[in-house]
Design a binder for this molecule. Structure first.
Ligand SMILES: O=C(O)C1=C[C@@H](OP(=O)(O)O)[C@@H](O)[C@H](O)C1
Ligand SMILES: C=C(OP(=O)(O)O)C(=O)O
Length: 427
């Protein structure tokens, strides 16, 4: 990764924020729509996709194997499928979606496709996916069991039944399912091991596969069957990114203000009811209005006792709120976020402690006992959601100095500008 770090002191809010935020599309929906579109029988469009490092890397990865992906119009990306072929060299950056969703597609390409990424990407769990692909008939060279690796595609994948331990990441399952309609025998994926985290993301995969014409049976827990068959091209309406909105919603709680996420759909593939319950437990009011999804702070932030395994990517923002709460919190069920962009449990424990909070790190979570906080340097570890957590605390604590805010470009390059606009009350 060659990006220069951008130090940034988080702005402190002197008044309750009152703001409507227009956010780009969901990272997770955009990534799935790109993969499904590249595999479809005809062209597709993505309406209001996320334009950020992760999705641009996904577009580039697919393009390098043949499909045309036009990102010229930021509101409307166009994907035209073409025969998949190597040789190709793919940079996954630090994107779990690219490193887990694209190798199964590369198995379908004719020719070698190599993958590598940022230094920390080499540490993120990938081995179970590679073993599963091998069992399905794909030849892969991976000296370390992860990145760097080369998929030696022969233009087809036999498919069939496979057992995987996907407890390290739901993306290991999603990656297999997304490409499976193109496998000669489709796939039956059977998970064996501790629970698969982030269940709503697997549901999103199943829903989007079906929307593209895929036949998926997920009626048996931990078993997913995808029939072979051609996917259809279509127009994908990408929903605003709910996870990206969470730090902004947290600002409503911290300042006793109100934040609306504009353009929220009536029906969503993102876990909005779960988020609503969590924010309400912490003292927020969450309503759906014609303007969008609105979170109102009530003036108090309460501690939270919750298993976050299904919404684990929200842990950093919720941990930041917990550090500002009026009672202790216990966040559990998220051992696997040690394999996210950084070891998020260790990173949160270290940085929240440095600010003055009392934090006890366990193997699968954090106990956070709020104490008076003081501004200090906050290491962001190349992790966009660590930067979000620091910004949330900075609303209430002057002098929270992020080592690098540019890491937010992974999912929202506009983050520092949007955040400052919210705090300063400008649009
Ligand atoms: O499939 C996806 O789009 C995602 C799945 C989840 O991964 P894990 O299951 O590894 O938590 C989530 O945390 C990540 O941000 C996005
Ligand atoms: C875990 C995350 O990302 P990735 O898709 O890279 O796994 C995240 O965005 O919080």
């Amino acid at each position: 990764m060659t990006r220069a770090p951008l130090p940034w002191t988080a702005p402190t809010a002197t008044d309750p924020v009152r703001w409507t935020v227009q956010l780009p599309g969901s990272k997770s929906m955009s990534a799935r729509a790109l993969v499904l579109s590249a595999l479809a029988a005809g062209p597709s469009t993505l309406l209001r996709p996320l334009r950020a490092r992760d999705t641009e890397l996904m577009a580039a990865a697919l393009r390098s194997m043949g499909p045309q992906v036009s990102t010229v119009d930021p509101e409307r990306w166009v994907v035209r499928p073409r025969p998949l072929a190597g040789p190709a060299d793919i940079d996954v950056g630090l994107a779990g979606t690219v490193m887990r969703f694209v190798p199964p597609v590369a198995g379908l390409a004719d020719g070698p496709v190599s993958f590598d990424g940022d230094p920390y990407a080499r540490k993120r769990p990938l081995g179970p996916l590679l073993d599963a692909l091998r069992a399905l008939g794909v030849r892969i060279d991976s000296p370390s069991g992860g990145l760097p690796l080369t998929v030696h595609g022969i233009g087809k994948v036999a498919g069939g039944e496979v057992v995987i331990d996907a407890s390290a990441s739901s993306q290991l399952v999603s990656g297999l399912l997304l490409a499976a309609p193109e496998f000669e025998r489709g796939v039956v994926v059977r998970h064996v091991g501790p629970p698969v985290p982030s269940a709503p993301h697997v549901r999103m995969t199943v829903q989007m596969l079906r929307a593209a014409g895929g036949a998926v049976d997920d009626t048996t827990p931990d078993v997913w069957r995808v029939e072979p068959g051609r996917l259809s091209g279509r127009a994908w309406e990408i929903e605003p990114d709910l996870s990206g909105a969470v730090p902004f919603f947290a600002a409503a709680l911290v300042t006793g203000g109100q934040v609306t996420l504009a353009g929220w759909p009536h029906r969503s593939v993102q876990p909005v009811e779960r988020l609503r319950a969590l924010l309400q437990q912490m003292g927020g009011e969450v309503t759906f209005t014609t303007d969008g999804l609105t979170v109102r702070g009530t003036g108090a932030v309460h501690g939270l006792d919750a298993d976050l395994s299904d919404v684990s990517e929200l842990t950093p923002a919720l941990a930041a709120l917990a550090a500002l709460a009026d009672s202790p919190s216990r966040l559990t069920g998220v051992a696997h976020i040690r394999g996210h962009e950084t070891d998020r449990l260790a990173a949160l424990a270290r940085e929240l402690s440095a600010l003055g909070a009392e934090v006890i790190e366990s193997h699968d979570g954090l106990e956070i006992r709020p104490r008076p906080l003081r501004g200090t340097v906050f290491e962001t570890y190349d992790d966009h959601r660590m930067a979000h957590a620091a910004a949330v605390i900075g609303l209430a604590v002057p002098g929270v100095a992020l080592t690098d805010v540019a890491c937010t470009s992974k999912t929202l390059p506009e983050f520092p500008a949007l955040w400052s606009a919210m705090v300063n009350g400008t649009s």
